[in-house]
Structures are given as structure tokens and as C-alpha cells.
Design a protein around this ligand. Structure first.
Ligand code: PEP
Length: 251
């Protein structure tokens, strides 16, 4: 049985104090950690406050990106070692906004994924096709390539801990959700790719989230699908009530 994982991606929203209050307000309300993994991924500068606010209750804090080197002359960047030092546990890698706007490639995704494991951070590796690729029936081949390139060279033990977020680009922040069948078909394909490339054990262990306009109204159906183990959520993770509903749906 794979434990569901619900992760909020705040993107470039909220001031640090608002973020800390959000977590404090959820303190008594979140389901137990045995039932669901709850993650909040905030802008870098909020992270120390959030990891402090999240102490002793069932929520983990994640970053939305990082560099793959431990340190060096990389102005404006943040390293995995720095994230680990302030008790961050997760890191989103290769979000489509970073691929589209900040030059992220499968190669950098792969380096960052390996770097995450070097510092005991759990990577949430994002994959997903554009509308054009979907219309040209390229979804499966494109996503398959992203998965293989992104995870290349990881050990079996590392692979089992990876979280993959399948996020069709056309469904992110648009209000258009893939139907639960469309979403599940791609997640099933990803699991098959993991089985063919690595092993049945890896395929069964990896958690695959769906992301793209997930909200309280559609989460139950998405989570009822065989290969969807959770959600990576943008817009609906910004309000405490809706985020709590999403997490409760996962529990
Ligand atoms: C995301 O940011 O990963 C995302 C899926 O956004 P939204 O839920 O707003 O579509």
C-alpha cells in the first residue's frame, strides 16, 4: 500500500508571516502522519519560519527548486545542503513553470534529483505534456522520456522513494482538469515504464501524484483511481480550508 501524499505548491504567493500563520492554524486539524503525507512547498525565504512552525505536527516543508551543487559561485541559487540544514524535507524538481520560464531541462532535473538524495531530501519530480503534444498523441512517449531521463542513474532504494508528479501543462492553473481516466492512464503508463526500466518493486513503491487544477470538488475521484497516489496542488493549496479538505481526502 502506498501512502497518499498531498503537496501544496504556493509558487510565488504569500508573505512569510502569512505562511507561518497558515501552518499554525492547521496545527490541530491535520490528519495523522500515518494516514497521509502532507507537504507545503513555499518560496525559499519562508522556509526557516515554516520548518519552525511545522515542528511536532504532521506536516513537512518543501522547497520549489534548488541547485544541484553543494556550494559555489552560483549567484542567487540555493543548495540542497542549505535546505537540509533548515530541516526542509521535500523539493519540487522540474516543475513545468521552471522548465518553460527558467531553462530547466531533463539533464538538470536528473542532477537535482541525485543531489536531493545526497542530502536526504525527497524529490517530487514533475513531468507532463503540453496541449500540442497531447493533441499530437505524443503524451505517453514524451512523459516516458522525461521519467527515464529524470531518474537515470538512481539506485533501486532511491528510486523507491521518488515522488513523481504527473502534471499536464494545459491543466495547470487553467481550471481545466484532466478527467480522472485521462490522468490515471498516464500514471499507469508511468508505472509500467518504471516496471520495464527498473523492477516491479520500484514500480509498486513509487508514489505518483496528479497535478493540474485539483480542488476539493475533484480530489475524491482523482484519488479513487488505481495509479494516482496523491496530488500536487497550486491554487487550491493557498486557502487553509481548501488545503485541509484536500489533505483530509487523502487520509
Ligand atoms: C502546480 O502548481 O503544480 C499546479 C498543479 O497548479 P494548479 O493546482 O493551480 O493547477
Amino acid at each position: 500500500m502506498r501512502k497518499p501524499i498531498i503537496a501544496g505548491n504556493w509558487k510565488m504567493h504569500k508573505l512569510a508571516g502569512e505562511g507561518a500563520r497558515f501552518l499554525m492554524d492547521l496545527r490541530e486539524k491535520l490528519p495523522e502522519a500515518e494516514k497521509v503525507d502532507t507537504v507545503v512547498c513555499s518560496p525559499y525565504i519562508h522556509l526557516p519560519l515554516l520548518t519552525e512552525a511545522a515542528r511536532d505536527f504532521p506536516v513537512s516543508v518543501g522547497a520549489q527548486n534548488m541547485h544541484f551543487e553543494d556550494s559555489g559561485a552560483f549567484t542567487g541559487e540555493v543548495s540542497p545542503e542549505m535546505l537540509k540544514d533548515i530541516l526542509v524535507e521535500y523539493v519540487i524538481i522540474g516543475h513545468s513553470e521552471r522548465r518553460e520560464m527558467f531553462g530547466e531541462t531533463d539533464e538538470s532535473v536528473n542532477k537535482k534529483t541525485k543531489a536531493a538524495f545526497n542530502h536526504e531530501l525527497t524529490p517530487i519530480v514533475c513531468v507532463g505534456e503540453s496541449l500540442e503534444q497531447r493533441e499530437n498523441n505524443e503524451t505517453f512517449t514524451f512523459v516516458e522520456q522525461q521519467v527515464k531521463n529524470g531518474l537515470d542513474g538512481l539506485t533501486e532504494e532511491q528510486l523507491k522513494q521518488v515522488v513523481i508528479a504527473y502534471e499536464p501543462i494545459w491543466a495547470i492553473g487553467t481550471g481545466k482538469t484532466a478527467t480522472s481516466e485521462e490522468a490515471n492512464d498516464v500514471c499507469t503508463h508511468i508505472r509500467q515504464v518504471l516496471k520495464d526500466t527498473y523492477s516491479e518493486d520500484v514500480a509498486q513503491a513509487v508514489r505518483i501524484q496528479y497535478g493540474g487544477s485539483v480542488k476539493p470538488a475533484n480530489i475524491d475521484e482523482l484519488l479513487s483511481m488505481s495509479d494516482i497516489d496523491g496530488a500536487l496542488v497550486g491554487g487550491a493549496s493557498l486557502e487553509e480550508d481548501s488545503f485541509l479538505k484536500l489533505v483530509e481526502a487523502g487520509a
